[in-house]
Design a protein around this ligand. Structure first.
Ligand SMILES: Nc1nc2c(c(=O)[nH]1)N[C@H]1C(S)=C(S)[C@@H](COP(=O)(O)O)O[C@H]1N2
Ligand SMILES: [Mo]
Length: 177
């Protein structure tokens, strides 16, 4: 009976850890099948690459394919479900995916450099939605960089915190990082 109980607790611990790992893998963005892409056609983003400028609307951005992820953030009140195109799809659309880095500019004057390895290695989102809704500037929209923070412990490192740019309005290709 005691042996039975012990093996029971071993199995219990195994099952719980398997569930926990499954939980972690579930934190990768998945295609957002439940969201109807926006029809808003006014430009919300300017991309500046070697080939010139590209202006994109929410309809065009969401037309690149929507992904969604439920994620923790560096700000507890911001934790939630985000959706948008992959940053790499947006850059590819403007012929900027091979830039060594990009500078992401926000409406409030903030900007940050993001190195190419980030959009190649991680499914980073240029989020257009939180909980299925288009984001107003009040909640850091209409465009916000979202890293899939729960996919790997390294994404909780403070270097990434600066790269979570909100109020995004312009992305510039950079020759050097
Ligand atoms: N649009 C925008 N995004 C931003 C910032 C900002 O000022 N404006 N600050 C960045 C920096 S430097 C950090 S550390 C965090 C800000 O986190 P905090 O508001 O908790 O300081 O978001 C980043 N994203
Ligand atoms: Mo910061």
């Amino acid at each position: 009976m005691r042996l039975f109980r012990r093996s029971f607790s071993v199995i219990f611990v195994l099952v719980v850890s398997l569930l926990a790992t499954g939980q972690l893998h579930a934190q990768a963005p998945k295609p957002a099948t439940g969201i109807v892409p926006s029809t808003q056609t006014q430009p919300v983003l300017m991309l500046e690459g070697p080939a010139g400028k590209v202006h994109l609307s929410l309809a065009e951005l969401e037309g690149l394919g929507l992904y969604e992820v439920r994620t923790s953030t560096f700000w507890p009140e911001d934790d939630g479900n985000y959706a948008g195109p992959l940053l790499r799809s947006v850059l590819t659309h403007a012929g900027m995916e091979e830039a060594p880095a990009i500078r992401v500019h926000a409406r409030d004057g903030f900007s940050q450099l993001i190195p190419r390895e980030d959009w190649e290695k991680w499914p980073v989102l240029l989020a257009t939605r939180r909980d299925g809704q288009i984001m107003r500037p009040r909640i850091k929209g209409p465009l916000r960089i979202i890293y899939p923070r729960d996919m790997a412990p390294e994404l909780a490192d403070s270097v990434y915190r600066l790269r979570w740019v909100w109020l995004v309005e312009r992305i510039e290709a950079k020759a050097k990082r």
